[in-house]
Design a binder for this molecule. Structure first.
Ligand SMILES: [Zn+2]
Length: 405
């Protein structure tokens, strides 16, 4: 499997080179010259997925070792490149484009895909806990959960990670989850993500940031120091670099698990979840970068939206401008710096936690755009000003027990 990964990596790099070369040679119109530089040679034919896939036959003749790779995997490899370069060249409906596809270094992620599973012409078959791959053989797999009923296995991707090989199956179910009708939304919540807490809800609850990365930072630093002392490329070096990679993997998994727990907790309790669309790239350039990237709100919000759709709930994003400045009680602007943790309104005498205040504002804005006029839980509706404290303790350690049970 490692040989396959390596061969496919080389082929990917070759195909990417072909594409970039073609672009360079055809950048300038054919009856004029570029001021900067001019590539020498013929103008190549247009390179796309089809032209590259039809050259696969030639590849196999020139490099016989490619004959040992299942043909569909090679096509999938080219399709992956095709997708990546289309994301780069063609902007999506928001006018955003992906980055330029990169050449893959030796030892970069090693994976390949079988596009069909368990059908007569498929190259991969899963029977019980045995995965049978064409040209590779039978492998015993550990199913971390049974294949759910009513799902068809579409494809399988084999990935090598620091702690072993993983097979990831894509399943398909034709039924579409029905979203809750808007007028049946009973409970709504606004969430504000912050640095002090992972998030604060509009009804005064908060989730702490677990700071997985910061916690393992010491351990990571120690392992990396040891790695730096070793001779590059030696057996010990390889073993140690695998240790570091495993540690990173562990942190990433902890983070993902935490995100899913919080998201399911939110979807369990609320029908509508309002959040702000943050400018994460902009924030990550500041001094707080490590904390921001550690919290990984971007992936959290992606998970939130995916889970919400799956469970038939609503997750709606809103423009974040001014949510922390506006008073949720009277709507006046109360200027504050990042240091001011408490919202103290001189107009209506409302004193609440700063993030709580933003959470309420976010909820109100989304409600306004949706035209919802229900009281719901959450939202600061009582007009009489009171001093209120965010109940972090409520979600501190009991939060986990509540989630786990
Ligand atoms: Zn006010």
């Amino acid at each position: 499997m490692e040989t396959w990964g390596e061969l496919l990596r080389r082929h990917y790099n070759y195909a990417l080179g072909q594409r970039l070369d073609c672009l360079r040679r055809t950048r300038c119109q054919f009856d004029r010259c570029s001021i900067v530089s001019e590539p020498i040679g013929d103008i190549p034919e247009k390179v796309d997925y089809y032209s590259q896939a039809s050259e696969l036959k030639q590849t196999k003749e020139l490099f016989p070792e490619y004959k040992n790779i299942y043909a569909d995997c090679q096509q999938q490899n080219l399709m992956r490149l095709d997708k990546a370069s289309k994301r780069w060249l063609i902007p999506d409906k928001n006018g955003k484009r992906g980055g330029r596809p990169r050449f893959k270094k030796r030892g970069d992620i090693c994976s390949f895909t079988f596009p069909r599973v368990n059908c007569p012409k498929a190259g991969a078959h899963l029977i019980g806990n045995i995965l049978k791959l064409s040209k590779i053989g039978e492998i015993k797999v550990i199913l971390h959960r049974p294949i759910p009923d009513g799902f068809a296995i579409k494809q399988v991707t084999l990935v090598k990670k620091a702690d072993g090989w993983y097979a990831s199956f894509s399943l398909e179910d034709d039924t579409i989850p029905e979203p809750l009708p808007v007028d049946e939304v009973k409970s709504a919540v606004g969430i504000d993500v912050g640095l002090e807490k992972f998030l604060a809800t509009s009804d005064g609850q908060a989730v702490k940031i677990p700071q997985f990365y910061r916690k393992s930072q010491q351990q990571l630093a120690r392992q990396q120091r040891q790695l730096a002392r070793m001779e590059k490329g030696s057996k010990n070096y390889q073993r140690q670099s695998n240790k570091v990679a495993r540690l990173h993997l562990h942190v990433a998994r902890q983070r993902k698990e935490f995100h899913y727990q919080v998201v399911h907790w939110l979807c369990e309790h609320y029908d509508l979840i309002a959040f702000e669309n943050l400018n994460i790239k902009g924030l990550a350039r500041t001094r707080l970068a490590k904390s921001i990237l550690d919290a990984a709100w971007g992936s959290f919000l992606n998970i939130l939206q995916a889970v919400a759709v799956k469970r038939g709930k609503w997750a709606i994003g809103d423009d974040p401008r001014g949510t922390s400045i506006e008073c949720s009680g009277c709507g006046a602007r109360v200027e504050k710096t990042l240091k001011d943790r408490v919202h103290n309104c001189p107009h209506c005498k409302l004193v609440i936690d700063r993030d709580w205040n933003s959470g309420i504002n976010i909820l109100n804005r989304v409600k306004q755009t949706l035209g919802l006029a229900f009281a719901g839980c959450g939202g600061y509706l009582d007009a009489s000003p009171v001093r209120q404290q965010l109940s972090i303790a409520k979600l501190g350690s009991p939060f986990y027990t509540a989630l786990r049970s």
